[in-house]
Write a protein that binds this ligand. Structure first.
Ligand SMILES: NC(=O)c1ccc[n+]([C@@H]2O[C@H](COP(=O)([O-])OP(=O)(O)OC[C@H]3O[C@@H](n4cnc5c(N)ncnc54)[C@H](O)[C@@H]3O)[C@@H](O)[C@H]2O)c1
Length: 463
């Protein structure tokens, strides 16, 4: 390694302990370095990408800030249905930015190249399709759609308009997930057979009871626009507007909100197109605040053998009242080891391999046989298997820690801006986005209809 490169990696602050020589590829890190170097490049006014954010709530502000870390990106305006958030956007980004509560006004602007859609789930698909038809590049928050029935229409709109379209599940751009993918694909855990992945939370905010502003009401919130797509119009309700995740009319429950992150990571690492069988149970066990979606949900999902991977099963769980505290992990289990990913922070790989010899004695039937029989069986065993064959191999594991303060959303936006500037494919297109969202939404179908859902992942259709 050149001394420049060593210095650069030190600057990045990531730690990688690769104790197995065969697993010492650095491609994911190189990609990150390349991006950081590119970030130092100056952009001319012709190269500028002018963005606007539609849905300026918690994620709208986070996404906008992440987008603005990319060089040559400027914020033109924002759209939101609560006046206080438009005011906050002016406080943060300048009083001259354009603000509106009608997203069509953003799409009509010639000076907007790309839009970030960070509205509630019920609006993702409608706004994304309208934006693509208006010639905008689109960064759509996850889940790509609110309902399974919306997916193919959105994919069609992208294919017809050829718009740059990326879904906002940032795990796909995470340096830790990229590195884990490389090692997985290089055979680090043998043959995959199962996955255990979960989000545990233990707080009111974690369970979506977000703060409601003091002036919340029909005079500050465009309630009729918020529920414009709903068949049943309800009177104004601050909980339904500011805590929309708790209502399936606007949100997608813990499955659409959080399983989709787990599935995105799983599909990215395994190159999977998706499962064929989905079953979920759930219940509102603790947060009995009027929500109509579960606060604890478990899904059992079956992935059939395909050319991309062997058959495996996934067990997903979200628990909003977990005594384990706040914790998320994805454990990918193979015949020779396990990858344990903890969000963006990094991962460990533990390796365990069976000895060549099957074993004899101990918790076995051997001792139940007459002594002479035991001796003959032992002699036969020892002559068949060498001492080396009888030993369990000890294989060192791998630990990877992401650079301190690493934020995969910044990299995800960098990838989006790269696609706009260079025309190279996005890292998470509509097909990938729908293939990750669909099994998550199928968990809701399974829970509400109390049945197993069968899914054709290749053609993206319910069976
Ligand atoms: N990628 C991630 O890690 C991540 C994290 C959090 C949230 N999200 C996603 O971001 C989205 C927003 O979540 P949030 O926590 O910011 O919610 P939020 O309630 O804080 O903000 C949503 C905002 O959208 C606005 N809105 C709703 N309908 C609109 C419309 N038709 N036009 C304009 N604005 C509209 C609302 O006024 C609200 O201010 C969700 O879809 C969520 O799944 C993604």
């Amino acid at each position: 390694m050149s001394s420049d490169r060593r210095k650069f990696i030190k600057q990045l602050g990531s730690t990688i302990v690769l104790t197995s020589a065969s697993l010492s590829g650095f491609a994911a890190i190189e990609d990150h370095e390349r991006r950081l170097l590119q970030a130092q490049k100056r952009y001319s006014s012709n190269d500028k990408i002018r963005i606007a954010t539609i849905g300026m709530g918690i994620m709208g502000f986070n996404d906008t800030n992440a987008a603005l870390t990319c060089p040559g990106v400027e914020l033109v305006g924002v759209c939101d249905l609560y006046q206080g958030r438009l005011q906050r956007a002016k406080e943060l980004y300048g009083k001259d930015i354009f603000t509106t509560n009608d997203y069509h006004q953003v799409l009509d602007r010639k000076d907007v190249d790309a839009v970030i859609i960070a509205a509630s789930d019920n609006w993702h698909s409608t706004i994304a399709i309208d934006a693509m038809h208006k010639g905008k590049a689109v960064y759509s928050e996850k889940p790509m759609v609110h309902y399974l029935s919306e997916g193919l229409g959105e994919i069609k709109a992208q294919q017809e308009t050829k718009a740059v379209f990326q879904v906002g599940s940032q795990r796909v751009s995470s340096i830790a997930f990229q590195k884990a993918k490389e090692l997985y694909q290089a055979g680090a855990i043998g043959q995959i057979n199962s996955i255990e992945a979960s989000f545990n939370r233990q707080s009111a905010l974690g369970a979506w009871q977000y703060t409601i502003p003091l002036d919340a009401g029909p005079q500050t919130v465009d309630w009729s626009r918020f529920q414009a797509n709903e068949k049943t119009k309800l009177p104004y309700d601050s909980n339904r507007f500011f805590r929309w995740r708790n209502y399936r009319e606007y949100g997608t429950g813990v499955a659409g909100d959080l399983f989709v992150h787990l599935l995105t990571g799983i599909h990215f690492i395994t190159n999977s197109k998706g499962p064929d069988k989905i079953y979920a149970i759930g219940g509102t066990y603790f947060w009995k605040d009027g929500r109509n979606v579960p606060d604890v949900m478990t899904a059992i999902i079956e992935y059939p053998e395909t050319k991309e991977h062997p058959a495996f099963q996934a067990n997903l769980r979200v628990n909003f009242i977990s005594g384990e505290g706040d914790r998320s992990s994805t454990k990918i289990i193979g015949s020779e080891g396990v990858i344990n990913l903890e969000d963006d922070q990094g991962f460990t790989i533990h390796k365990n391999k069976m000895p060549v010899a099957p074993g004899i004695g101990g918790w076995d039937s051997l001792s139940t046989f007459p002594e002479a029989m035991q001796k003959t069986l032992m002699d036969n065993y020892n002559s068949k298997y060498s001492a080396a064959d009888q030993k369990t191999p000890v294989i060192p594991g791998v630990t990877y820690n992401s650079p301190q303060g690493y934020n995969s959303s910044n990299d995800h936006f960098a990838n989006f801006m790269d696609a706009i500037r260079t025309g190279k494919p996005v890292v998470e297109d509509a097909v990938f986005g729908f293939r990750a969202a669909a099994p998550a939404l199928a968990c809701n179908e399974s829970y509400f209809q109390n049945k197993v859902i069968h899914w054709d992942a290749e053609n993206m259709k319910l069976v």
